[in-house]
Write a protein that binds this ligand. Structure first.
Ligand code: SRM
Ligand code: SF4
Length: 560
């Protein structure tokens, strides 16, 4: 029996390389929405149609169409932007969006609440400073992550350059974006997509470049990972990893998170060929019938690791060498000032859940604008939703710090779990959210901090993450403790990820209310305080003591 392709495959095929009927949809002033098929195509241009879920019911009662608006996600490889770009991002955000900026877990920013009529203005505003949103979303390569810590600047610059080159190499070639948004001329000659083909990939695709010993990018959560191998102070190549991903569906064992596994070592000059070979293998072998099972992790499980590896070797015209030893010793961001090798200084600011806005007593958006006005280096969005003011000459450090301090941007005085915590956007904008995350995370953390205090664990260095559903946008399955939304006010409590993002966690207790979560954590933290071994992290403790079993082979045992 021939299987039926997913309807999105037809939409992509008919879209004339991502044009669809977007021009007509945008011109239709009768609705705030796009034509249904165009809502799929728009993602490749970086934006999602959403509606404010807080207003849904009320508008339904009043027989109004949902309050449609758009989320736009920029492409910003490695999260780097200049102060001039920051000022433009800020200006567009205040003029044409909900007025907040959201730093994401993939080192870029999102605008929310853009009305259809303002989309073009937003894209123009970003284009003015050479930022685009091509492939921000959609079935193509997404924003490429890169270690954002500029301590070893020379090496970081090289790694960042690779992230930028990979991003460029894997960009769609269609002129549709320029034509639709930037009033580019219609392309007369035949266009083609040499890498992607007319139906692009079966699903989204994600790449990260990691520079050990810091795994701030959570490299194992990516479809494709490049782990920099450094000898002396030189980048000699990369260990290539493939098949990582987080998304799963509650109680559906055919879906699971997976850690990327190692294919082998390559020389730097083989990087782009390998990236394209992995993408084209996924293009040709990925599942185009069931989007739930279409990520590279499932393609690899279906093909088998050996076959996948030799397919990539053949396509790239290379042979993987034996992977070099790699050791990660840290994850998360280094807050406060660090000194770079060139005498410049770098200040990591704390942006809770990546949300930048002017709050009473913490006018963060204003503060960052003021910093951008005087800053001579660049900004780096971290993969943990924070922001680094990078490359500050020592004589300017004091004025930058006092601006940061005056606008509630400094990390000091916060607990490690809060600084390292991640929460996804969830309600009210995310259509897939089953529960709150960003909005209830600060209070949940406050409760957890009380428990930490109660058990005398003020040195607790913990990775705690919360998401509104099991899609995994805050990479919850790599946390030592994760709360994964099931329904409003209800979460699955996951335990047993390690401190460095190299082990998945698993379900401990299901469908808990907030009070039940705190009760469970109270008991667990109490045991940890009494029984932990010296230097033992919480995630390792729950595995050693058998509170949960380690996930060994998620395709078979994640849901057990
Ligand atoms: Fe995500 C879908 C937000 C990082 C896995 N993600 C969504 C959407 C677009 C909902 C939708 O499809 O309509 C969310 C928009 C919410 C909103 O209102 O803004 C959304 N994802 C986010 C962000 C903003 C979370 C954040 O708090 O920072 C992150 C934006 C990243 C970026 O800049 O590109 C974000 N999403 C991730 C990550 C983490 C990562 O990539 O490191 C993951 C897990 C890794 C992975 O891909 O496996 C992730 N998002 C998903 C999935 C599940 C994919 C799957 O394989 O099953 C979905 C749902 C889907 O694709 O169908 C999803
Ligand atoms: Fe939305 Fe779920 Fe992603 Fe959170 S994890 S942003 S609720 S899709």
């Amino acid at each position: 029996m021939t299987k039926q392709l997913h309807e999105n495959e037809g939409i992509k095929a008919r879209s004339r390389l991502l044009r669809g009927t977007l021009a007509e949809s945008l011109a239709d002033a009768m609705t705030g929405a796009l034509d249904a098929a165009d809502t799929q195509i728009s993602k490749f241009h970086g934006f999602y149609q959403q509606d404010d879920r807080d207003q849904r019911q009320d508008r339904q009662i009043r027989r109004l169409e949902p309050y449609f608006s758009f989320m736009l996600r920029a492409r910003l490889p490695g999260g780097v932007c200049t102060p001039e770009q920051w000022l433009a991002i800020d200006e567009v955000g205040r003029a044409l969006t909900s007025g907040t900026l959201r730093l994401t877990t993939r080192q870029t920013f999102q605008y929310h609440g853009i009305l259809k009529r303002d989309l073009k203005g937003v894209i123009h505003g970003m284009h003015r400073v050479l930022i685009d949103s091509i492939g921000g979303c959609g079935d193509v390569n997404r924003n490429v992550l890169c270690n954002s810590n500029p301590v070893q600047s020379a090496l970081h610059a090289e790694a960042h350059d690779w992230a930028r080159r990979i991003s460029e190499h894997l960009l769609p070639r269609t002129r549709a974006y320029h034509e639709l948004w930037l009033d580019g001329e219609r392309v007369a000659e035949e266009e083609s997509e040499p890498l992607y083909g007319a139906t692009y990939l079966p699903r989204k695709f994600k790449v990260a470049v990691a520079v050990p010993p810091l795994n701030d990018v959570d490299v194992y959560a990516n479809d494709l990972g490049f782990v920099a191998i450094i000898e002396g102070a030189r980048l000699v190549g990369f260990n290539v990893l493939a098949g990582g991903g987080m998304g799963t569906t509650h109680r559906d064992p055919s879906t699971y998170p997976r850690l990327a596994h190692t294919l082998g070592f390559i020389a730097p000059e083989q990087t782009l060929a390998v990236a394209a070979a992995v993408v084209s293998t996924q293009r040709d072998f990925g599942n185009r019938e069931d989007r739930k099972l279409a990520r590279l992790k499932y393609t690899i499980e279906a093909m088998g690791r050996e076959r996948f590896r030799s397919e990539v070797e053949q396509r790239a015209g290379i042979e993987f060498e034996t992977a070099r030893p790699v050791r990660f010793t840290e994850r998360g961001d280094r807050f406060g000032w660090v000194d770079g090798h060139d005498g410049r200084r770098h200040l990591t600011l704390f942006i809770e859940s990546g949300r930048i806005l002017d709050r009473p007593g913490a006018a963060m958006m204003t503060g960052l604008r003021e910093i951008a006005r005087i800053h001579q280096g660049d900004f780096r969005i971290t993969p943990n939703q924070n922001l680094i003011v990078a490359g500050v000459p020592p004589e300017q450090a004091e004025s930058i710090e006092s601006l940061a301090r005056a606008h509630g941007l400094m990390a000091d005085g916060r607990s490690r779990p809060r600084l390292q915590g991640l929460a996804c956007v969830a309600l009210p904008t995310c259509p897939l959210a089953m529960a709150e995350a960003e909005r209830s995370f600060p209070e949940m953390l406050a409760q957890v901090e009380r428990l930490i205090d109660r058990h005398g664990l003020d040195d607790l260095d913990l990775h705690l993450r919360m998401t509104g559903c099991p899609n995994g946008c805050a990479r919850p399955f790599l946390a030592e403790i994760a709360l994964v939304g099931k329904a409003l006010g209800r979460y699955n409590l996951m335990l047993g990820g390690d401190h460095l993002g190299t082990r998945l966690n698993r379900l401990y207790q299901e469908n808990l209310s907030e009070a039940q979560i705190l009760e469970a954590l109270d008991g667990l933290l109490g045991r940890y305080a009494a029984e932990r071994e010296p230097g033992e992290h919480f995630g390792d403790f729950v595995i050693r003591t058998g509170i949960v079993r380690a996930v060994i082979d998620p395709a078979r045992d994640f849901h057990e």
